[in-house]
Design a binder for this molecule. Sequence first.
Ligand code: PEP
Length: 252
Amino acid sequence: MRKKIVAGNWKMNMDLNEGYRLAESINNYFRQKPSTKAEVVLCPPFIHLAGVADILKDGNVFLGAQNCASEPSGAYTGEVSAVMIRSTGAQFVIIGHSERRTYYNEDNKTLLKKTIQALKAGLKVIFCCGEVIQERESGIHFDVVKRQLEEGLFSLSAEDFSRIVIAYEPVWAIGTGLTATPSQAQEMHKFIRDLVENKYGIGAAQDLTILYGGSCKPSNAREIFAEVDVDGGLIGGASLKKEDFIAIVEAV
Ligand code: PEP
């Protein structure tokens, strides 16, 4: 059976001590009351990674970064490589978040390079895709997502692809309070699973974890996660509040 995952993307929030406190309280909660249904992943900013890895070491919560460099090492001031991320103890990295695509002009070609670096370093990749509102309104949202996956992922080998998690995040739902309806999410998740089946076969498609992201909160998580092709969530704003994040994990 494929894995369910709930990952918290803290974005550029929390100073070091606030981040440690949040990680500690989430870790304590799941140490005492393990989530049997979903793997829980915290994705803090880079500066938190090593310290949060230490906090999570005796628990069952996983750690991820929010981005990595497209190059392996060298003279790239300000960048953080996938190998460095892995060396902190992190197991995951988010690649292709819409905020990276929009504000930092990360295109599918760059995202493929980042994904290759991450996989080489031994990380699992949470690869984000999703359309903006104009694309949905003009009915090209399936084409947009197809292209993001074809160009960003589909040149990977089947073995490498088995370490990919896809997050469908309609951009119009991220941080806006608007959420895809459960049937809109299911429709796109099924479309993604079918694309993967065409490319990598039915086994890979059935094993693929596909997360929903976009204003997920305790009040709507249960009905979205109930859809057959939704395998958990990538959570932004609500992952900064311990109670909300835990409630979302428990909605799986
Ligand atoms: C995200 O940033 O991945 C996200 C889904 O954000 P939010 O939950 O705040 O919409």
